[in-house]
Design a protein around this ligand. Structure first.
Ligand SMILES: NC(=O)c1ccc[n+]([C@@H]2O[C@H](COP(=O)([O-])OP(=O)(O)OC[C@H]3O[C@@H](n4cnc5c(N)ncnc54)[C@H](O)[C@@H]3O)[C@@H](O)[C@H]2O)c1
Length: 349
């Protein structure tokens, strides 16, 4: 990077959590209040990794103090909060980036490369699933993730990632259709445990999404298939270093070719310190490391990795989540959402 990076301070209102992170990760100090971070002139950039409901206040405070912000997903649950946060970083002239580390999976970027280079022809259909099992654990259901309004359950928690991935691969969404949100035990969770919906992308491609936090045997069951007029691609997170590609040359009835990718994949551009050749394998921590490096590169003005998802791009994900809730509330009716003005999504090239 050409600059020294120092972990200056970590804040958490639970003192023992702040102290624990301070010790484990080597921050120079720990604080109880995020305002001490905002007021510290030695800090140039921050990561906001607190429960969703606190994102807006902290992001606005950090932006006003001139800090670049990497905020956890989803930026906000409500469109108006996300709009205010876009406004806050743009007014302050700081970088507002959102943590969608699943985009950093080399196989995902590699599939995107094949899509953009025409290997799949015109895209017809995206099908994505993000299944998890944490809702089956009774004590988890006491957390803030289970207590908000419709849309703040599985749609927000893992659906935001899948919507982001779908747009990364297939371009901007235009409409959400036929949403169904459903919970398993209303006494123990106020919001949805499962969600199903379809969509139209602006290009005319259609999509279908399945989300659950009640999927036994699926701790993190992320996967998707993309079908085009000429080819298809398929990815499953349980085998993160590979994907299947069926190209135009394959005869009808053929199955895909298994392609191994590693952290040395050109889409990663050496973003992971360990490198790693095709098939060596990698995991979630690598995706966060690559994302952190991309954010640092943005802050110091270096080009290299694909930039992080911007606040303005994330606004479209928040709008899509809102459209899912409104579709479900209307018995599955089709809901369009406004395009968000501004630069193309990160990595459009
Ligand atoms: N990108 C991903 O894959 C991913 C994965 C997990 C969580 N998340 C996101 O990260 C965020 C945090 O989720 P979590 O499960 O770690 O939540 P959590 O409930 O474990 O809270 C994280 C910490 O935030 C602290 N906190 C609460 N209010 C605070 C405040 N005002 N100032 C400073 N610290 C505060 C809590 O004390 C806690 O230690 C959420 O937005 C979530 O959606 C993203």
């Amino acid at each position: 990077l050409g600059v020294d990076v120092h972990l200056v301070a970590i804040a958490d209102p639970q003192r023992h959590m702040a102290d624990d992170a301070h010790r484990r990760y080597g921050f120079a100090r720990s604080e109880e209040n995020w305002k001490a971070i905002a007021a510290n002139p030695d800090i140039d950039l921050v990561s906001v990794a607190v429960p969703d409901a606190f994102h807006r206040e902290i992001v606005e405070g950090m932006a006003a103090a001139g800090k670049h912000v990497l905020c956890e997903k989803p930026l906000a649950a409500a469109v108006e909060d996300a709009e205010a946060m876009v406004d806050a970083v743009e007014r302050a002239g700081v970088i507002g980036a959102v943590s969608h580390e699943w985009r950093r999976i080399p196989a995902v970027s590699n599939i995107r490369w094949h899509i953009n280079n025409g290997a799949l022809g015109d895209l017809l259909h995206f099908h994505g699933r993000f299944f998890a099992d944490y809702g089956l654990i009774a004590e988890n259901r006491l957390s803030w993730r289970f207590s908000g309004p419709p849309g703040s359950g599985v749609v927000s928690d893992v659906g935001s990632h899948l919507i982001d991935l779908a747009e990364y691969l297939c371009g901007p969404l235009a409409r959400i259709h036929g949403a169904l949100l459903t919970g398993v035990d209303a006494a123990a969770a106020k919001n949805e445990d499962m969600a199903f919906f379809s969509c139209s992308f602006r290009s005319g491609t259609i999509g279908s999404f399945a989300l659950s936090r009640m999927a036994k045997g699926q701790p993190i069951g992320l996967g998707f298939d993309v079908y085009g007029t000429a080819g298809a691609a398929s990815f499953d997170l349980s085998r993160p270093a590979e994907f299947y590609l069926l190209s135009a040359a394959a005869p009808l009835g053929a199955s895909g070719t298994r392609i191994l990718v590693g952290l040395s994949d050109p889409s990663v551009h050496g973003g992971a310190p360990s490198g790693g050749g095709a098939g060596l394998g990698h995991g979630l921590s690598d995706y966060f490391v690559i994302q952190a490096r991309a954010f640092l590169e943005q802050v110091v003005g270096r080009s290299g990795l694909t930039p992080c998802v911007s606040f303005r791009e994330e606004l479209r994900t928040v709008q899509a989540m809102d459209a899912v809730v409104r579709s479900a509330g209307g018995g599955g009716k089709s809901i369009g959402f406004a395009d968000v003005a501004g630069p193309a999504r990160a990595g459009d090239d």
